[in-house]
Write a protein that binds this ligand. Sequence first.
Ligand code: SF4
Length: 274
Amino acid sequence: MQRLGDSIFLSASDLVGHLNCRHLTSLDLAVVNGELERPAIWDPLLQILWERGARHEQGFVEHPRSQGLSVTIIDGVGVDDESVERTRSAMVAGDEIIVQGAFRANGWLGRTDVLRRIEAESDLGAWSYEVIDTKLARETKGGTVLQLCLYADLVGTIQGGCPTHSYVVAPWSGYEPQMYRMDDYATYFRRVKSSLVAAIEHAGEVIYPEPKEHCDICRWQSRCDRKRREDDYLSLVAGITKVHIDELKRHGIETMTDLAAMPVPLPWRPSRGA
Ligand code: SF4
């Protein structure tokens, strides 16, 4: 998420973050609005994964080079006017492989791992580009597909139409890209995208930091954990699930203290389970 003047630009990680946790979206929004500091975290495991990912991407970039294709690298970090213009120029010139292409359009921005020229007509001429993303995971996750959809959309703003297919290169594949047909995921992409945009537009809605799988790798972990402890929240009970919490709340039991004082046997029957 990035503020430029009065506008907020969203990225693929905002999309994936929103898919995992709506509370995360509200915290990231508070950062771009200057109401919160982004927490600095350093996790050695995430660092190792990041380094492995960078090596895998570098290996894939060397692959077309070894086949005699020319590779254009858009230097720099983040998305700024210069990197966007350099990407556009490389696409207009018809460069064969473009690495770290930078895009910003219609409230969205991002950097693509690799763009590959194909001989299919577009506004650029007799050629157009497809998106290839390198990933460490053995199975492609929903978040990766969303990322591909967003990048295909952004590429479409330059070449006048989305590529039909996008690709993921996994480490075990011998650099053979797995193909995804973008139309197959268009409805899913539109749905998550409009949910994120609505969350930004209706900022202020209170969303509790319910624990979820994504908390393990989330930069807001300490803050959310502190909040739950301050609230004596039911999620701190060992083995409890959201179904249990919702059931207890329906009976006015909101905290661990309430739960400790709950009479047993229960004066009511759970609507689900025993
Ligand atoms: S730590 Fe968990 S609850 Fe908090 S923002 Fe991250 S994913 Fe959401």
